[in-house]
Ligand binder design. Structure first.
Ligand code: AMP
Length: 444
């Protein structure tokens, strides 16, 4: 199959050729014809498998071929993203795909001055990429009207529909025309979100090009059990031992990010951090410098978990496990993209066993454990598997110390290996979802 056989017009084919896209990825092969046919979509595909082009390319074609010229202070298509960095990245991709078309594109997000954005919107833009908060501000200040909107895309749709964004999304829905095309794209969809999403769509086509909620199979994953207080030391040890060149590290909290960055920088390691408390320009600069390999270690909260495309990133480290199991899939999906291989290592302490269990259950695999010599935890991480069982072994009575010395012994490397047969999840997904009334939908 080629992009030409999917019915794309020549200016788009030329742009894709310039970008070196030779054949459509599976999600593109299914999504492009469906979007061109005007269908509503719910599309699930693994991280890094070309979802952006899957919605943006056919959208550009529809906007070129159909509909009126964009009016002042209006947008004809809206792509909503959960983070500013992702909005910036998606917009950069859209602009590349649109390079030979007479369409205008723009991205708006918070943390930067609103005035230039208001100015830019005066003439209207064909495709607007936005984070929800800033979009609402612009709408309320009459800088943006949405009555011309033909298509709404929710990128990282399950994140956009969960509790954190529910109020903003409900507000945005009230601003949109009822008659429109709606496209939802994500690597993860919980059952609750699928149900909610189903209510928002009109006769949707569901595309699933891989089993649900799995990480790209190009990512080799394992876990290193360790005591919580020794995580920084273990990280530095592994980094030196493995001669890590470029690593994206996820920590749970903003303070956790700052503390690890300080520690690494104190050791003369080229590290930077990114989290929601930092000014937007600092965030974007840290990310850009990491992408261009000017920064070796980027430590981030889950603000960097979704969608970011860092070319050839070899390694993701979970310094802490994510609270929400789905975020694990997105975090490790920053590596192993576009068919490349990658590695994801999680440093797991006894406190995190329930999170580990939830991740294994969601992804239907038991993660291999690798005990690192001299870092064996005093607080044992109980055994887990994909069934959601946490096996707490009774404590062994202490042996009397022998006089023959010997000390701690390394138990060898792989203490639990490989993937096990898929098991059906037995508990509910971790993330709760909101229920908001999307109102009756008019038939198109
Ligand atoms: P995405 O999942 O949209 O972030 O895309 C992941 C990466 O794959 C990006 O670097 C894209 O530029 C690249 N990509 C997307 N589609 C194709 C394709 N058909 N051929 C080659 N590379 C692609």
């Amino acid at each position: 199959m080629t992009f030409a056989t999917l019915g794309l017009i020549e200016p788009l084919l030329r742009a894709l050729e310039t970008l070196g896209y030779q054949t459509p990825t599976p999600v593109q092969a299914q999504a492009i014809p469906a979007v061109l046919a005007g269908r509503d979509l719910m599309a699930a595909a693994q991280t890094g498998t070309g979802k952006t082009a899957g919605f943006a390319v056919p959208l550009l074609q529809l906007l070129t071929m159909e509909g009126p010229k964009v009016a002042a202070n209006s947008a004809r298509a809206l792509i909503l993203c959960p983070t500013r960095e992702l909005a910036e990245q998606v917009h950069a991709s859209v602009a590349e795909y649109a390079q030979n078309l007479p369409l205008t594109t723009y991205a708006v997000y918070g943390g930067v001055s609103i005035n230039p954005q208001m100015m830019k919107l005066r003439k209207g833009v064909d495709i607007l990429v936005a984070t929800p908060g800033r979009l609402i501000d612009l709408f309320r200040q009459n800088a943006l009207k949405l009555n011309q909107l033909q298509t709404l895309v929710l990128d990282e749709a399950d994140r956009m529909l969960d509790l954190g964004f529910s109020e903003e999304l409900a507000n945005i829905y009230r601003m949109l025309p009822k008659k429109r095309q709606t496209l939802l794209f994500s690597a993860t969809f919980s059952d609750d979100i699928r149900q909610l999403a189903g209510q928002m769509l009109n006769d949707p086509l569901s595309i699933e090009v891989s089993p649900r909620n799995v990480a790209a199979n190009t990512v080799k994953q394992w876990v290193v059990p360790v005591d919580k207080k020794r995580k920084p030391e273990l990280f530095v040890h592994l980094m030196r031992k493995g001669r890590w060149k470029q690593v994206l590290v996820f920590a749970k909290t903003r303070n956790g990010v700052d503390a690890l960055v300080d520690k690494l920088q104190g050791l003369g390691i080229n590290a930077d951090g990114i989290h929601g408390d930092k000014p937007q320009a600092t965030r974007q600069r840290a990310l850009d410098r990491f992408k261009s390999s000017d920064v070796q270690i980027l430590v981030a909260t889950d603000v960097a978990a979704r969608g970011l495309d860092i070319e050839d990133l070899p390694l993701v480290v979970n310094f802490d496990l994510p609270i929400v199991a789905e975020d694990y899939i997105h975090r490790i999906g920053r590596t192993g993209r576009a068919g490349n291989t990658g590695e994801a290592i999680s440093l797991v302490c006894a406190d995190e066993v329930n999170m580990l269990s939830a991740i294994e259950m969601l992804t239907r695999q038991t993660l291999a454990r690798h005990m690192e010599q001299d870092f064996e935890p005093e607080h044992r991480v109980p055994d887990t598997d994909a069934s959601g069982q946490v096996v707490k072994k009774p404590k062994k009575p202490k042996k009397p110390k022998s006089s023959g010395g010997g000390g701690k012994r390394n138990l060898g490397k792989w203490v639990d290996s490989g993937e096990v047969a898929p098991a059906e999840p037995s508990i509910k997904p971790v993330r709760k979802v909101p229920v908001f009334n999307t109102g009756p939908r008019k038939k198109k």
